[in-house]
Write a protein of this length. Structure first.
Length: 103
């Protein structure tokens, strides 16, 4: 395993956050919550799988040398989570209200 916070904390945190953001994005894609379109869910799933796959590659297969650090790996998941939550709140507010005045 290539994760060693004592040797290279930047790389280690990058790999952990890459895997975490990828897993969250895949989870949001699989959850049919939030009223996301199929296109948004597919995009989230593909990008999440790519982030997760690259994180696993860096953690277990990477043998050293140069690697690419994508700052989008931290920005894009935040944007997708905000969109997911916004869609879920909008869908919940559109749900039919139960009339409390019926006797």
């Amino acid at each position: 395993m290539n994760i060693d916070f004592g040797l290279d904390p930047t790389f280690s945190w990058y790999v952990v956050l890459l895997c975490l953001s990828g897993a969250i994005m895949v989870g949001m894609a699989l959850a049919n919550v939030g009223g996301q379109s199929n296109g948004a869910r597919i995009f989230s799933g593909v990008v999440g799988a790519a982030f997760l796959g690259y994180g696993v590659y860096l953690a277990f297969i990477f043998q050293g040398g140069s690697y690419m650090m994508f700052f989008q790996a931290f920005i894009l998941p935040v944007l997708l989570v905000v969109n997911f939550v916004r869609g879920a709140l909008a869908r919940r507010s559109e749900a039919p209200q139960v009339n409390q005045d019926q006797h």
